[in-house]
Design a protein around this ligand. Sequence first.
Ligand SMILES: [Zn+2]
Ligand SMILES: [Zn+2]
Length: 284
Amino acid sequence: MVNLETMTKPITRGGKRVLDTKAWNEAIELMKVKSYLNFSPERPWWAKVADTLIAENMPKEQQGWVRDDASRCNIFLQNWTTKKKGNSNLPESLCKMLSVAKKYNISINPPVISQKIKREMPVWHHNGFKKDCIIQNNNQWAKCQQEIHNIQTVGEMEKYVQRVPWHSGNKRCPCDKCKAAKTKGCKHPGKCHKAAQKMLDSLEHKWDPRHDDTLRDQVKPAEDIENKVKIKSNFNTQDDLRNEFRVFVTPGKHSPNPAIVAPQAKEEQANETTVYLVTEAADE
Ligand SMILES: [Zn+2]
Ligand SMILES: [Zn+2]
């Protein structure tokens, strides 16, 4: 008797090249997740429907701390989950997709994050808050920021915290931003602003747009004069969120800090006189 594992192996390894249907189906589900995580304007319509269904199936115990419906954006970007079993109304196709995503630990985990992506992330229930911080997603000021100042993303929050030098922070602050906030209905622009700043300060360095890590490790691209190409030596940071998800991420292995080029590696690069090309890829 030959078991399925042997049957699905290549012929050169004693198998019969029988299709491994389980792996095949899982690969299909992973491709579905890839489409779901396409946040570009070409995002498939079903992904938007899936967002709504996933948000509607938030476990009851989480609804106490994710109170604002508009803040439930995406479980891959935020720290809440959805029900796949019991009284879940999620269609089976979505349950399957999410189970495979969980099995293979699909996660947003780039070594260095572009400024654009940092700013596009939802600020409420963000996955990148420091673990030891108490995050106020539901207090008076969070509500004010959501409802009066219409803040949903990190970029909007970053813009909101920027104040002119003469901003005093007290109730009758004469600065233009505080005056405008008061007109809109903000009860105490100084306190609201301080709370917003605290929220941004709670983001891990890697996710905070006030630090631009994409510049830090950029060195002059190496050049291969003979073939007239430049080789990018910095991390391959992209502006497209859908390209920053990784599969097979080790759980708990997220670094709060951006990756850096080790000093000795930089030195070695500087002393290098010959460049051997082993790939055909070339970036301008
Ligand atoms: Zn002010
Ligand atoms: Zn306010």
